[in-house]
Design a protein around this ligand. Structure first.
Ligand code: 5GP
Length: 203
């Protein structure tokens, strides 16, 4: 049985770097690469960070029902491809979706066995610092993102786990622990340990 992890955080909470480190260690985990109409940032790679597409290409995908979920976040569209998630699951891997609260709601409505993780920054000041530190967005954009970050934060209760990104290493350790605990849950173990449970005469 494969697990679908959903990770959400306000922009600037440090989610991307944490996930990068997590995925380098946990080879049974794979992130789905989202489609977006947002322009590429200079440090981003096409088809690595996102599949960057035009508005009309995105709307075409909506029409064709290619998305597992999609949402308008800030002024752009973001969506998860159904096909990509299916391909990862077919390889026997667990999937990580790095999506916002609107997408998380849609995915939870489709699959009840998701594991939702919400990452928060240790303070609003650090959130602002990280948004400014990126140095790629205009001040007005940063201000708007800060107020939208507060909106994203207000949805923290809809998730199963809360991780505070105060220190990179401890936040990473927390993420690892969540992944490990989830792999030992009864729902997952009943499937993974099926032959042992049969051998023990339990099923
Ligand atoms: P950014 O533009 O900073 O990369 O991402 C902005 C927001 O869009 C983040 O909250 C991120 O989690 C969210 N996001 C990225 N990909 C997806 C997606 O496929 N679906 C949804 N619903 N949100 C996404």
């Amino acid at each position: 049985m494969n697990t679908l992890f959903i990770i959400s955080a306000p922009s600037g909470a440090g989610k991307t770097s944490l996930l990068k480190a997590l995925l380098e260690e946990e080879t049974h985990l794979q992130a789905s690469i989202s489609y977006t109409t947002r322009p590429k940032r200079v440090d981003e790679k096409k088809d690595v960070h996102y599949h960057f597409v035009s508005d009309s290409a995105f709307k075409d995908m909506i029409q064709k029902q290619d998305f597992l979920e999609y949402a308008r976040v800030f002024e752009h569209y973001y969506g998860t491809s159904k096909q990509q998630v299916e391909d990862i699951l077919k390889q026997g891997k667990d999937v990580i979706l790095e999506i916002d609260w609107q997408g998380a709601r849609q995915v939870r409505a489709l699959f009840k066995e998701t594991v939702g993780i919400f990452i928060v920054p240790p303070s609003l000041a650090s959130l602002q610092e990280r948004l400014e530190g990126r140095g790629q967005d205009k001040p007005a954009t940063i201000q708007r993102r800060l107020s939208e970050a507060k909106q994203e934060l207000s949805h923290y209760k809809e998730y199963d786990y809360l991780v505070v990104n105060d220190h990179f290493d401890s936040a990473l350790k927390s993420l690892r622990s969540i992944i490990e605990a989830s792999s030992l849950s009864m729902a997952v173990q009943k499937v993974r340990q099926g032959s042992l449970l049969r051998h023990l005469g339990l099923v």
